[in-house]
Write a protein that binds this ligand. Structure first.
Ligand SMILES: [Zn+2]
Length: 181
C-alpha cells in the first residue's frame, strides 16, 4: 500500500522553514517516503491525521442531532463532533463537544467505532474520527453556547446522516443494540 507523499499534502499545511531552527527545508527520502527534512538539524515533517470525536447522545428516548452553522455542509443535521485536543482523552473530547453543542450534561461515554477517511473540506487531509455513545444526565436542550439548533429523533427514525463517520457511529450503535432486543 502506498501512502500519500509530501507532494500530495495541501500546500498551506506544508512547512517552508524548519519549525525548530528556521533553516529552509528540503525534500528527501526518509523511511521509504519523500518527506520534508531539515538539512541543518535533521528535523523531519511527519504529517498526522486530524483527530476528532463524535457522540451519539441518548436523550429522552431519542438521539440528539445538531444543525451545522458553518460551511462546508451548512444546515445539515449531524451528531455533535469536534477536534480532540492535544493530551485530551477522546472520550472526554466527545463529552465536551456534546455538552458544548447541546447544553446537556453527559455521562458514561462508551466507544462505538472509528472511521478513517479524507476530510470533506479538503480530500488531501485525513481524519480519524472516534465515535462514542453517551447518555444525558442533566442540563437542558436549549440550543447551545454556539447557537446551534438541536432536535431529538428516535434511533429507528434517524434520517441518513451525511458524513461517513456519523453513519458508522449509528450503524455501530444499532448493531450493538441488536442482542438487547
Ligand atoms: Zn532544523
Amino acid at each position: 500500500m502506498s501512502l500519500p507523499s509530501i507532494s500530495d499534502y495541501p500546500e498551506r499545511y506544508r512547512f517552508r522553514f524548519c519549525p525548530r531552527c528556521a533553516a529552509e527545508l528540503v525534500v528527501a527520502e526518509v523511511f521509504e517516503q519523500r518527506r520534508q527534512r531539515c538539512p541543518a538539524c535533521g528535523w523531519v515533517h511527519f504529517p498526522l491525521p486530524n483527530l476528532a470525536a463524535t457522540v451519539v447522545i441518548m436523550h429522552e428516548g431519542g438521539v440528539v442531532l445538531v444543525q451545522r452553522d458553518i460551511e462546508p455542509d451548512r444546515g445539515i443535521w449531524h451528531l455533535p463532533i469536534g477536534h480532540v485536543e492535544y493530551g485530551e482523552d477522546p472520550a472526554a473530547a466527545a463529552i465536551r463537544e456534546g455538552e458544548e453543542e447541546t447544553g446537556l450534561r453527559l455521562a458514561e461515554p462508551r466507544f462505538l467505532t472509528y472511521t478513517h477517511g479524507p476530510s470533506y473540506g479538503d480530500p488531501r487531509l485525513f481524519y480519524l474520527v472516534l465515535s462514542f455513545v453517551a447518555r444525558s444526565v442533566g442540563g437542558a436542550l436549549t440550543g447551545s453556547d454556539e447557537g446551534r439548533n438541536t432536535m431529538v429523533v428516535p434511533l429507528e427514525q434517524l434520517p441518513p446522516l451525511k458524513w461517513t463517520s456519523q453513519q458508522d457511529a449509528v450503524a455501530a450503535l444499532r448493531a450493538r443494540d441488536v442482542p438487547r432486543a
